[in-house]
Design a protein around this ligand. Structure first.
Ligand code: GLN
Length: 383
């Protein structure tokens, strides 16, 4: 048998998705892979019914259906103030996952270096390797997940092609301050580096923290490739709708990558999602209120349990320190949790470059009844 590409030996299968399979096998509550167990807004479901009855069953335009792009451009400008031309600045992708791959393949050539903050969302390392790039890791230190500017400067001194910035951050919940973002921008300008952002949790930012879209910073537009998605904002992770936002010269190249990777995102789902993009501000207010309450419910159980954790500033994940439970490593702890406690989390080591065996990541994008049930199960750990 011929040998498959050696490139694929330098990363493993997704641990997050693996934990979902294990969770299903043991009928556990899946707080591993971040997705809701509640329905999207009913207006979106009605729009989906209308779309499936309509003429939307063949390929949409490769870089996104015009109606979807127009609504998306409006929505982005409404929230960020960034002027977006739907004809020039957007490529609609199959989820944020494809958006990130498109951004990486658009920016990087084989051998280029890319800064990745650790802890990181596990896709980034695979994205880098698949696009031929070499990750350069820069640490963020718990509990606040600040980076050390000297370490970041050292990484930039290698003149990396890009830096990946997940804001709000999965898995640690950090929301980068404007001062930090400006500091990163200054370094990126000095070293002529692309800033590839993953902002899929942009609408889940807890008071008093505030999300700043990187491309809105003065001077940032020309080097920023913004990736985001509708998955988390409208609770439609299965619809696979994401996008890349960038200046037109970058988008012209990104369109080619996207075209040859997937041709396009689903036509009926783009049509239906326009309804979400046109939701009033109150929708986003209620979304945040609901996630704030979910966060408080889940964290209240962690407090009762006495396990240390870092309070998320944004997104819907929490890294919990399980070292007091006495397991040899986080994978064994996570397996025990699924099998014997009935709650799935993700071993923290899959988000870190340095060996880090004492954390498990849980997400709380679940109905509060589910979170109470998961919390009760976790309390059994006290026995
Ligand atoms: N971003 C979510 C997480 O980190 C979902 C990941 C996925 O499997 N697409 O859990």
């Amino acid at each position: 048998m011929p040998i498959t590409s050696p490139r694929l030996n330098s990363f493993s299968e997704s641990v997050i998705r693996g934990m979902t399979r294990l969770s299903n096998q043991h009928n556990a509550i899946n707080l591993a892979q971040g997705f809701p167990d509640f329905d999207p807004p009913s207006e979106l479901l009605s729009a989906l019914h209308r779309a499936t009855d309509g003429p939307f069953h063949q390929y949409a335009m490769t870089w996104g259906a015009p109606r979807f792009r127009a609504a998306l451009a409006n929505k982005i400008t409404r929230f960020t103030g960034v002027p977006v031309d739907p004809a020039q600045h957007l490529v609609v992708t199959c989820g944020g996952t494809e958006a990130m791959m498109v951004a990486m393949m658009t920016a990087c050539s084989p051998g280029d270096e890319v800064i990745i903050f650790t802890p990181f969302y596990e896709n980034y390392v695979a994205d880098a390797i698949l696009s031929g790039a070499i990750p350069l890791f820069v640490r963020m230190q718990s509990p606040q997940f600040h980076y050390d500017i000297a370490e970041l400067r050292l990484a930039f001194a290698r003149r990396p092609k890009a830096i990946i910035l997940c804001n709000p951050s999965n898995p640690c919940g950090k929301v980068f301050t404007r001062v930090e973002l400006l500091e990163i921008l200054a370094l990126a300008e000095e070293c002529d580096t692309f800033v590839i952002t993953d902002e899929v949790y942009e609408h889940i930012v807890y008071t008093p923290f505030r999300h700043t879209t990187f491309c809105s910073l003065p001077g940032a537009w020309d080097r920023t490739i913004t990736c985001s998605s509708l998955s988390k904002t409208y609770s439609i992770t299965g619809w696979r709708l994401g996008y890349v936002l960038a200046p037109s010269a970058i988008i012209q190249q990104a369109r080619k990558v996207h075209d040859y990777l997937t041709i396009g995102a689903s036509a009926p789902l783009q049509e239906a999602a326009v309804t979400g993009l046109e939701f009033p501000d109150s929708y986003y207010h209620d979304l945040l209120k609901s996630y704030t309450s979910k966060r408080d419910v889940f964290l209240s159980y962690l407090k009762k349990l006495g396990l240390p954790y870092s309070e998320p500033q944004g997104a819907y994940f929490v890294l919990v320190d399980i070292s007091s439970l006495g397991f040899a490593n986080d994978t064994l702890a996570a397996e025990y949790l699924v099998r014997d406690i009935g709650v799935a989390g993700v071993p923290g080591s899959s988000f870190f470059q340095d060996p880090m065996n004492s954390l498990v990541r849980f997400h709380f994008a679940k109905q509060e009844t589910t979170l109470h049930e998961a919390g009760q199960r976790l309390l059994k750990l006290r026995e």
